[in-house]
Design a protein around this ligand. Structure first.
Ligand SMILES: *[C@@H]1O[C@H](CO)[C@@H](O)[C@H](O)[C@H]1NC(C)=O
Length: 283
């Protein structure tokens, strides 16, 4: 993990001897309601003041940096300025180069294992148990699921272009399109794309926008490794045991020794050193 990002441990390591799996807390939800009521009341009061005395409403943008944090990873809104690109390596007209860039998109780190008490505190339903430490539950971070979907859609188009048989069924591709559609609606991104005056109908040329830091999100996923690799899904999905897919614990993670003993390997064996599977393996 880049040292640039330091993440607080998600739970104290047992120092308070609290229950291991507390019920989802009622407190925060109640306090959120109270907070919302307070915000609503303040807003109504300002509207009344504004109507009566022409008082300017608070400029909420001033609070955005301090207040608007993402729900699970605590990412800051408007953390980085990102330029919109009309062309990028993912639109390279050279199909050979472009295919390899899309192939290099890796979303394996998006599978994370987090302490169950933390997950419950966040109001999450428990995911599947992390096999190497059952006090943790496994999740797939949505941004990485969306990358997975984009990559599968690209691959489907690539296979169509090359007249190759489709690796993914239509239902998987449709699911992926629908998830991306839902992402778009959920983020309801209201950034206004600058409309250029020329005939090309391109918008947002040379424009920047304010984003959360994907690098920081990625660093967070690396800090809570789910040790999972999709690999060649055609092959892996067909295996009776899915455990080998979950063996890629990085050096330094507390679970690596558990993985080693499960697979009867010595302390010099590190599954994370295995080459990452590529669409073009065997070419
Ligand atoms: C992926 O696995 C399938 C099924 O085993 C195999 O036919 C295919 O060649 C593999 N693809 C690559 C690129 O390794």
């Amino acid at each position: 993990m880049p040292t640039k990002y330091r993440f607080e441990p998600l739970v104290d390591d047992g120092s308070d001897n609290g229950p291991l799996y507390p019920s989802p807390p009622v407190g925060p939800k109640t306090s959120v309601k109270v907070l919302l009521l307070a915000v609503l009341a303040t807003s109504i009061a300002f509207n009344v003041l504004q109507i009566l005395f022409g008082v300017q409403p608070l400029n909420m943008a001033r609070f955005a940096n301090a207040e608007c944090r993402s729900q699970y990873v605590n990412l800051q809104e408007k953390e980085v300025e990102v330029k919109w690109l009309q062309q990028s390596k993912y639109t390279n007209p050279n199909a050979f180069e472009r295919d390899r860039e899309w192939d290099r998109i890796n979303y394996d780190t998006g599978i994370v294992a987090v302490p169950k008490p933390w997950a419950l505190q966040k109001g999450l339903a428990l995911g599947v148990d992390f096999p190497w430490d059952t006090s943790k539950s496994v999740y797939f971070v949505n941004a990485f699921h969306s990358l997975h979907c984009l990559k599968y859609i690209y691959k489907s188009l690539m296979e169509y272009r090359e007249g190759m048989p489709q690796t993914s069924g239509e239902s998987h591709i449709l699911h992926c399109l629908d998830q991306l559609r839902a992402d778009v609606e959920c983020s309801a991104d209201d950034t206004l794309r600058w409309a250029t005056p020329d005939r090309s109908k391109s918008t947002a040329v040379g424009q920047t926008r304010q984003c959360r830091s994907f690098d920081e999100l990625k660093a967070w996923t690396i800090a809570y490794p789910g040790c999972y690799r999709f690999g060649n899904a055609t092959f892996e999905d067909a295996q009776d045991s899915q455990v080998p897919r979950k063996r890629y614990c990085p050096e330094g993670s507390p679970e690596l020794d558990v993985v080693r003993s499960y697979f009867g390997k010595g302390s010099d064996w590190t599954p994370a050193n295995d080459p990452v599977w590529s669409w073009f393996d065997g070419e």
